[in-house]
Design a binder for this molecule. Structure first.
Ligand SMILES: [Zn+2]
Ligand SMILES: [Zn+2]
Length: 340
């Protein structure tokens, strides 16, 4: 009985936690709704007198607002992707792994389980990366999120402001959200500033709008400055094709050793890896990455001429699952896939 009581308590706590994790999102949503009211009603409709100015301000504001809210929504509600079930290990393998105490032998078992999977990064001790919690072989750039309690493909970080994991499925949306929120703040600050001055110098009468306009400028400026740092950091990460967790904090380890630039393919290719092949969709929050893979495998810098061969293997692996390995895939700095 005491056990079930404890279980109910822990379930209650987890439920509480889940509800509380929405607080930052709700706070942001309320600030955004207020900013909409303050800009559209207090500034444009109640303060502005010039009709042409009113129309231009309102149209430009709504375009920015829609892009901002659209990318924010996509960042929040796009679920992170988890590894394919091919990466899960069988009960029999797990038993074998658990019963083995020698680390070298455990390493060998993991390597055997991963032999048909396109995983090229290793742990510091050169073992195949394995998630004990999810019972799976971790694909390259995949990490376990302790908040979501699942493995997330190309996990960047868990973001409380979108209450979601930022990773392969929504990294583009997250970056566009940063871009458009900066744009939104900048637009508000730039258009509100002259009215702020007018209220301040007494050119416009004291009214409720004065306080809305004053706060609008203050909040826009505050968010702009704090977002700018995050945005700058992520621009740098994208240009180097790194993710916050996997490659910026500690270099990924390949068979030939750790390499921070292991996935760095050059600026333009790196951009395509995140924003998609087609440049006309780069600034729109629509999913464009499938052409670049399913999040399990990433082209590597050192692969050179064998890259196409590996991609061909990857396709084959994706289609029939049997993965008949072709001999002769060995290459410098690359793990050789063994034939059974
Ligand atoms: Zn996991
Ligand atoms: Zn998470």
């Amino acid at each position: 009985p005491s056990c079930s009581w404890k279980m109910a308590l822990s379930r209650g706590l987890r439920c509480c936690q889940r509800v509380l994790s929405w607080v930052p999102v709700i706070v942001i949503a309320m600030v955004v709704l207020w900013s909409y009211y303050a800009y559209v009603f207090e500034l444009c409709l109640f303060t502005l007198t010039n009709a042409a100015e009113k129309v231009v301000y309102l149209i430009a504001f709504h375009v920015t607002f829609v892009l901002f809210v659209w990318t924010y929504g996509k960042s929040i509600f796009t679920r992170p992707l988890n590894p394919h079930k091919k990466y899960s290990i069988s009960y029999r393998d797990k038993k074998r792994y658990d019963n083995e105490e020698r680390p070298e032998a455990q390493k060998h078992i993991l390597a055997e389980m991963a032999k048909n999977l396109p995983v090229y990064t290793r742990t510091a001790s050169k073992a195949v990366r394995f998630c004990d919690r999810c019972q799976l072989i971790k694909p390259d750039r995949c990490h376990h999120c302790s908040v979501c309690d699942v493995c997330v493909l190309k996990m960047d970080h868990h973001c409380p402001w979108v209450n979601n994991c930022v990773g392969f499925s929504n990294y583009k949306y997250f970056l566009l959200f940063l871009t458009y929120s900066l744009f939104y703040c900048l637009y508000i600050a730039a258009t509100v500033f002259q009215y702020f001055i007018k209220f301040w110098t007494g050119e416009l009468p004291n009214s409720r709008a004065k306080f809305h306009v004053l706060f609008l400028l203050f909040v826009a400026f505050m968010f702009f400055v704090s977002l700018l740092f995050l945005f700058g950091y992520h621009c740098w990460l994208v240009s180097k094709n790194r993710s916050t967790l996997a490659e910026a904090f500690s270099a990924p380890i390949f068979q030939h050793g750790p390499d921070k630039n292991g996935f760095n393919l050059g600026f333009f290719e790196n951009m395509k890896q995140v924003f998609g092949e087609d440049k006309k969709y780069w600034l729109l929050p629509v999913f464009t990455s499938p052409s670049l893979g399913d999040g399990h495998f990433y082209p590597m810098k050192s692969v050179g001429e064998s890259r196409n061969l590996l991609l061909a293997n990857e396709e084959q692996w994706g289609e029939d699952g049997s993965d008949e390995d072709s001999p002769g895939t060995s290459n410098k700095g690359l793990p050789v896939r063994r034939n059974t």
